[in-house]
Design a protein around this ligand. Structure first.
Ligand code: KG4
Ligand code: ZN
Length: 335
């Protein structure tokens, strides 16, 4: 069985061909660097670049995997949440190919896809999952891949967004999470007094916009170096993410912890999760760095997970892009 997966929810065009076990036969990601000059993703530029790049990327991945379009058995693409214009490019292309070839098409939820990068690993349920990216900060209670309840999320900015805004404030590039992470290595994490918003670890909710203001005031005071601000900011954010996830894991007698999304590439976040899971005897699933960011392998694995639950699963031909997810129960198939 050969499955084609396409991801265009934001500024990465990503394509993968997977076998029935979720193993990637070939995968490519084309990242749009043009946005760094704008301090954030410009939606129309992003859509137009997906339109330009995607067909060639699909051709290349098919060639690398030794597969022809006609021998793809299942087509899948991210339907949302994300930037509508960007989503429409990957969704329309993939749906049209499936329609023309008379093959099933699965429209995939991007959030579920991030968690599904761990599908195929030996996850033991119940599990608690932290999804932490540029657009989302969410904690889930998972009883199976298909039974995933939202416990709480951010009330304002996502953690990745807070990293990006802090980087922008200090004149670093976009996206800034990795740059802050690197600067933080040479800073003192206890040097800048920063608040710990919604610090009560029992509440699986987050708020990062007040922290952003505190960082701005610290930066404008000219008393602290970029390194010290980066280290102090990273510590506060990682402490909140880890303590709240671990508290839910204890409360729900979780056996595994799953971490996913771009911010799961963060060095301190990874170290803290490794230490805390080790202490408690929990099995920890951290993505490889390349799979923390948006990629198509996670989309393909989410599609395979939906097919495991129902081998006849497929989306309607009118499956549409959706910018936001307002649900409480997350499933891989979105329409
Ligand atoms: O999952 P992702 O690729 O896209 C979204 O769906 O949002 O995540 C991108 C986010 C950006 O905000 C970026 O700054 C952040 O992940 N990020 C990091 C690191 N690497 C990427 N944040 C903190 N530390 C990192 N090492
Ligand atoms: Zn993402």
């Amino acid at each position: 069985m050969r499955l084609l997966a396409v991801e265009t929810s934001c500024d990465d065009s990503a394509v993968a061909v997977l076998d029935q076990n979720g193993h990637a036969l070939a995968e490519l990601v084309s990242t749009q660097t043009v946005h760094s000059g704008h301090g954030g993703v410009v939606p129309e530029i992003a859509s137009r670049l997906h339109m330009k790049v995607l067909p060639g990327l699909i051709r290349e991945v098919l060639d690398l995997s030794g597969t022809s379009l006609g021998s793809i058995d299942v087509f899948s693409a991210t339907a949302g949440p994300g930037l509508t214009g960007s989503l429409l490019v990957g969704l329309s292309w993939t749906k049209a190919a499936a329609f023309a070839l008379g093959k099933p098409f699965l429209g995939i939820n991007h959030l579920s896809a991030h968690l599904h990068i761990h599908h195929g690993s030996q996850v033991e349920f119940p599990a608690v999952a932290l999804l932490v990216s540029g657009g989302h900060t969410m904690v889930f209670h998972m009883n199976s891949w298909n039974n995933c309840e939202l416990l709480g999320s951010t009330r304002d900015d996502a953690a990745g967004e807070a990293f990006d805004k802090t980087a922008k404030l200090m004149g670093l590039g976009y996206p800034g999470g990795r740059l802050i992470d690197e600067l933080a290595r040479n800073g003192n994490p206890d040097s800048v007094p920063l608040p710990s918003p919604i610090g009560n670890k029992k509440l699986p909710e987050f708020s990062f916009s007040g922290l952003k203001t505190a960082v701005r005031l610290a930066w404008e005071s000219q008393e602290f170096s970029r390194e010290d601000i980066s280290a102090s900011f990273r510590k506060v954010v990682c402490d909140l993410l880890v303590s709240k996830t671990m508290y839910q894991a204890g409360k729900l007698s979780a056996k595994s912890i799953l971490v996913a999304g771009g911010v799961s590439a963060n060095e301190l976040l990874r170290q803290n999760f490794i230490r805390e899971c080790d202490k408690r005897g929990l099995i920890l699933f951290l993505p490889q760095i390349k799979y923390a960011m948006d990629n198509a392998v996670m989309v393909g694995r989410a599609a395979l997970s939906a097919l495991n639950t129902d081998p006849a699963a497929q989306s309607s031909v009118s499956c549409n892009a959706f910018p936001r997810w307002h649900g409480t129960t997350l499933s891989p198939l979105s329409c």
